[in-house]
Design a protein. Structure first.
Length: 280
């Protein structure tokens, strides 16, 4: 068993960080260890860097986000889930989070690294943030670490789930339905579960017909999922696919990466040919 190291960290930044994380450490040595940069170790041979904790934290972070998006967005295919995870599990986002919770002032850095602005370097901050996540995991277990990740990244995950253009799926559906049917979509939302873990379920209808369902941690997420499902259902139909796809080049490019456009267009063409043959 590794002997806990005692590092001379500034007490106030340490407490500020602990408060911002929302986790009171049972063993403060876990957090101390997560804040030790290798430059500090070069000047203090007995100190141990946070690199092993960084390795552990990377795995904990990845699993927490993957588990969350898998359960929260059942309508998203594997490719989009991977893109969503990558949009939040990256050095840029982690560095931003580290700044927000105050990792920089609490770091143990070598004098040279400190003098050169190491407390504000994105690479150092991102690595330290992963180590901090590992520290919470070691101190409180999986539930504490998962809750921390969702507190820090929940909003970013929700934004990423909306895809390019943010709320454009609701806008796309509204524009399409107005153009094609001269009607606006109608949403119905219900909530289930206790307040601390409530889930919302939405349906969207046009001309009295239900076209999509969605669910999420908020009404906005649920409606967004329903709009997305309805949009794909409508543009995949014989009378709307080519118009809907041509109306949004950005989404066409996104779909084309997965080869979906060719399949949709092929289906429309086949439907038109079959319809013409039947009419003849």
């Amino acid at each position: 068993m590794e002997r806990p190291q005692v590092i001379d960290l500034p007490s106030d930044p340490f407490r500020v960080l602990e408060g911002a994380l929302g986790w009171a450490f049972v063993h403060p040595s876990h957090l101390e260890a997560a804040l030790v940069h290798r430059s500090y170790c070069a000047e203090h041979p007995d100190a141990v860097s946070n690199e092993r904790l960084e390795f552990l934290g990377d795995a904990v972070l990845g699993l927490a986000v993957t588990d969350h998006v898998y359960g929260t967005y059942p309508e998203l295919p594997e490719g989009e889930l991977a893109k969503l995870r990558a949009s939040v599990v990256n050095a840029e986002v982690l560095a931003e989070v580290a700044v927000r919770v105050g990792v920089g002032p609490a770091l143990a850095l070598g004098k040279g690294e400190d003098a050169s602005g190491g407390r504000a370097k994105p690479s150092i901050l991102a690595d330290a943030m992963e180590a901090v996540i590992a520290a919470v995991y070691l101190d409180g277990g999986w539930d504490a670490a998962r809750a921390l990740v969702l507190r820090l990244l929940g909003d970013r995950i929700e934004e990423g789930a909306e895809g390019p253009g943010g709320s454009d799926f609701k806008t796309r559906l509204q524009e399409y339905s107005t153009r094609q049917f001269d009607q606006l979509p109608r949403y119905q939302v219900r909530a289930e579960g206790p307040d601390h873990s409530k889930r919302f379920f939405a349906t969207v209808t046009l001309r009295g017909t239900q076209y999509g369902e969605g669910q999420g941690r908020s009404k906005k997420q649920a409606e967004q999922g329903a709009a997305r499902a309805a949009w794909f259902a409508l543009v995949g139909a014989k009378d709307g696919a080519l118009v809907g796809l041509a109306a949004d080049a950005e989404l066409v490019a996104e779909l084309d990466d997965d080869g979906m456009v060719d399949r949709v267009i092929d289906g429309v063409v086949d439907g038109v040919i079959d319809g013409d043959a039947g009419a003849a």
